[in-house]
Design a protein around this ligand. Structure first.
Ligand code: E4P
Length: 218
């Protein structure tokens, strides 16, 4: 399973990249705003800064909601860097735009997926990735992981190339469960990725090893 980090924070991106396990980055307009990145040029510059840190797919989201606007914005974003993936919302105009980009060989990430039907449509339009938001489904008492499993089954039935990018990941168990289900990618915060490394027995064991080494070398 590929690991993407879901943030526009350059320090977090650097830290995850330095761990050597980072395959890509996803952003969205809220994450950009959270970092105080506003204004078209600043946003474009920020995507470039991310692309200069990570050698992997970087999702950059369009703001337009009409087909022509999404095509215009998406083409501009894709021209910035070879690793930019155009992130497009799951709306009827978005499906048209995904179909257009797929014909042009431009990679897309269909975002705001909350149902298997939406995932099926995006795959038929040729999306490179689809982003089911599992944490946000959990937030409304619906099992987000069930949706990932349902999409996995459908994509495998028809051998769709579209990759499942489990999004809105909140904690390490989401990551582990996504890996069990066979999600192609997961995107989550640095905290969830780092939490995978934590185990109290590892910490206790290491403390003991170091203490014994110190005693023996007195
Ligand atoms: C997906 O690409 C989104 O950026 C994201 O995962 C949303 O997560 P949230 O529900 O934690 O905002």
């Amino acid at each position: 399973m590929k690991f993407f980090i879901d943030t526009a924070n350059l320090n977090d991106i650097k830290e995850a990249n330095d761990m050597g396990i980072l395959d890509g980055v996803t952003t969205n307009p809220s994450l950009m705003a959270k970092e105080g990145i506003t204004g078209e040029q600043n946003i474009l510059d920020h995507y470039m800064a991310i692309c200069n840190i990570v050698d992997g797919p970087v999702s950059a989201e369009v703001i337009s909601t009409d087909y022509e606007g999404m095509v215009r914005e998406g083409e501009h974003l894709a021209s910035l860097h070879k690793n930019i993936v155009v992130k497009i919302p799951m709306i009827p105009e978005g499906i048209k735009a995904i179909k257009y980009f797929s014909g042009k060989g431009i990679k897309t990430n269909c975002t705001l997926i909350f149902s298997a039907g939406q995932a099926l449509l995006a795959a038929k339009a040729g999306a490179t990735y689809i982003s089911p938001f599992l944490g946000r489904l959990d937030d409304v008492s619906t099992n987000g992981l069930d949706l990932i499993a349902q999409i996995r089954l459908i994509y495998d039935n028809y051998m769709f190339d579209t990759q499942i990018l489990a999004a809105s990941v909140r904690h390490p168990m989401h990551i582990i469960n996504c890996a069990e289900i066979g999600s192609d990618v997961m995107t989550g915060p640095l905290s969830a990725i780092k939490a995978l490394a934590k185990h109290p027995l590892t910490d206790i064991g290491l403390q003991q090893f170091l203490a014994d080494h110190a005693k023996g070398n007195k």
